[in-house]
Design a protein around this ligand. Structure first.
Ligand code: HEC
Length: 467
């Protein structure tokens, strides 16, 4: 049997995941633990407790352990793990109470030390990001110390008050999959559903959230904008496949993948939320949305009918684009993006100025051609033999490069576009450099650009708005 293919090209990027979808998670994280950018400043409350534990004597420990579950560990685990590790959610076991956390403690050491959990791929050395899911060094130290102390529970009364929930977003639109759908392809199924766009005037999406129907199987969700002129061909795709929706491995399908406009995406552990202040993505009347669901079917799960909630505005101060960046030559095979069989570190890179990309993708561009743009978020995308990738701004005035994103350990399952803690301006004289590394040492076939699981891609994504 043909093995299921991963979502490819644009489709697989969990774009806007961080941009639009993790703010709930983030508020909790920031309030309880400080974000990753503060790791080196060493000033969080965890720092104090972790440091205390080092100086505590065994006599102290017998009376009151330097670190207890309720006082020190539960706030970290609630903010950084339990968003996915909870009943009915995507992670395979729960970490919501003392019983579970103390029992699992020996098994989490490897993952937290290697930083494979929580899933968070951008390197903090590149730049700070909003909504950072990663554990700080101090949090890792605290958890390891606590395990060494014998996982003391402490007093439930010591549990700090949970952080205030983030301000609710006033969504004004809710669109659902047309019918419940039960995935049938194991271990992964990618399927697109078309949703009618109800507005009869131009409007801008300023916030986006997914409410998964069957949480345990929804791995990620990406919404694309199908412009009015392409709707008929997408309707035909949908009609050609039985049941609701149609299989889509690339972007939304239909051969227009590279130009497909992104709306947003969601990964587990994200709450939902607004795009950067005053920015929004335009949708024209008579458009449709193509929603790509990445399902991870599990035993006993029911069918899914996820909902998408959106906040819209008639105008925004700073219209925005989510720009896919790739070398057109790779896509056309001129020359092909060749990754030879058996090669351990193959690098493909290119540089482009954003004006060209905007001109190519948006013939009705309202900003950004020959003018500065402001970048708010970035991501990279490859398939399964991708090893690492980065996006950097090369300054036209000879200034230092600006790192947008650096993913040192690529994981197809946990990709995203990550919102910057602070935006950066990209000038018309600047170029954006994309660099992807591939490891085909285990492969006996050369690999090139394509949409299948055995093909590869090297894509960058940048969310830019008018200044
Ligand atoms: C964004 C969702 C998410 C968050 C946050 C998260 N996990 Fe996970 N975790 C998963 C999923 C899903 C799996 C199943 C394996 C996979 O898909 O990578 C998993 C698997 C694991 C495993 C088993 C590892 C393995 O090799 O299968 C451990 C241990 C673990 N998580 C610990 C943690 C801890 C500790 C935290 C917090 C510090 C955490 N996780 C945060 C989603 C998450």
């Amino acid at each position: 049997m043909r093995s299921p293919q991963p979502a490819c090209s644009l489709a697989a990027l969990a774009v806007l995941a961080a941009l639009a979808c993790n703010s709930g998670d983030d508020a909790a994280t920031a309030a309880t633990t400080g974000d990753a950018s503060s790791t080196t400043s060493g000033a969080s409350s965890t720092a104090t407790t972790a440091a205390d534990s080092e100086t505590s004597t065994s006599a102290d420990t017998a009376v009151e352990p330097a670190l207890t579950y309720y006082r020190d560990i539960k706030p970290i685990v609630d903010a950084k793990c339990a968003t996915c590790h909870r009943p009915g959610d995507i992670a395979p076991f729960s970490l919501v109470d003392y019983e579970q956390v103390s029992m699992m403690a020996p098994y989490v050491i490897g993952d937290i030390t290697a930083r494979t959990m929580p899933p968070w791929s951008p390197d903090a050395a590149c730049r700070p990001y909003a909504h950072d899911r990663a554990l700080t060094d101090l949090q890792i130290t605290a958890i390891l110390e606590w395990i060494e102390l014998g996982v003391p529970a402490g007093d439930p009364a010591d549990e700090p008050a949970p952080p205030a929930p983030p301000a609710p977003v006033d969504y004004d639109l809710e669109l659902g999959l047309p019918a419940p759908y039960a995935p049938t392809v194991f271990p992964d199924e990618y399927r697109c559903f078309l949703l009618d766009w109800p507005k009869d005037q131009d409007s801008y999406v300023t916030a986006f959230e997914v409410v998964p129907g069957e949480r345990a199987i929804v791995h990620h969700v990406i919404a694309f904008i199908i412009p009015p002129e392409d709707v008929a061909s997408f309707d035909a795709l949908d009609a050609a496949d039985p049941g609701p929706g149609y299989p889509c491995y690339g972007g939304p399908g239909g051969g227009t993948d590279f130009r497909a406009a992104w709306l947003g995406a969601w990964v587990p552990g994200g709450g939902g939320g607004a795009l950067p202040a005053d920015t929004g993505i335009r949708i024209r009347p008579s458009s449709k949305l193509a929603v790509q669901m990445h399902y991870h079917p599990v035993e006993g799960a029911g069918p899914d009918q996820s909902q998408i909630k959106l906040r819209t505005a008639a105008t925004v101060a700073r219209p925005a684009y989510l720009l896919p960046l790739a070398n057109p030559g790779w896509i056309k095979g001129l020359p092909p993006m060749l990754i030879p069989a058996g090669a351990a570190d193959v690098v493909h890179s290119f540089e482009i100025d954003l004006s060209n990309v905007i001109q190519f993708l948006y013939n009705d561009a309202t900003f950004g051609i020959g003018e500065p743009v402001v970048a708010h978020a970035a991501g990279v995308h490859m398939h399964t033999i991708g090893a690492s990738a980065s996006l950097n701004v090369k300054r036209g005035d000879g200034g230092d490069d600006t790192c947008l994103i650096d993913v040192p350990r690529w994981d197809f399952n946990w990709q995203g576009v990550y919102q910057f803690a602070g935006p950066t301006t990209i000038n018309p004289t600047d170029k954006v450099r994309l660099e992807c590394h591939f490891d085909n040492s285990a492969g006996d076939q050369p690999v090139t650009w394509g949409e299948g699981t055995g093909d590869e891609m090297c894509l960058g994504m940048v969310y830019v708005s008018a200044p």
